[in-house]
Design a protein around this ligand. Sequence first.
Ligand SMILES: [Zn+2]
Length: 176
Amino acid sequence: MSGTARPITIVGTPVLHSPCRPVERFDDELAALVDDMFASMYAANGVGLAANQIGVDLRVFVYDCPDGDDVFQKGVIVNPTLVLPEGQERNLDPDDEGCLSIPGPRAVVGRPDLATCHGFDVTGAPVTVHGTGVLARCLQHETDHLDGMLYIDRLSKAARKQVLREFEERRAGAAT
Ligand SMILES: [Zn+2]
């Protein structure tokens, strides 16, 4: 692992709240960014990380995350497109979710329990990842990031307020 861990951007930072640009060049610069993203994710004990979480507005995320069989799946997806089940295939799984960009609190978010993500690897070759379990949630959470959305944007007003209050309290506590 040759990457360097970079600071994680925190809720309120503009790059987290607007859509990222598609990657156009699959070059050494992209490979170096992905190395840094893996290093940053592991340093923060995360299971997924989007580029804008280290301040880069490009559509790429990395993950190292357990699937529905508790087997860790690791990878990178550039320019992801998410496909979610519809109709009878669609089962909402209400489970706890947190985010490295809102350290501390967690909240229940209902998401489909299956997700397929199409995109490209770091060389530009097409990839498709079928996610079950936590990985299904992770693929959705990370693609949301690249669309400028955080999980709190999917909560009720009250639940969102609660998460942000807890985050602020912990941050104030840590500062003193
Ligand atoms: Zn997140």
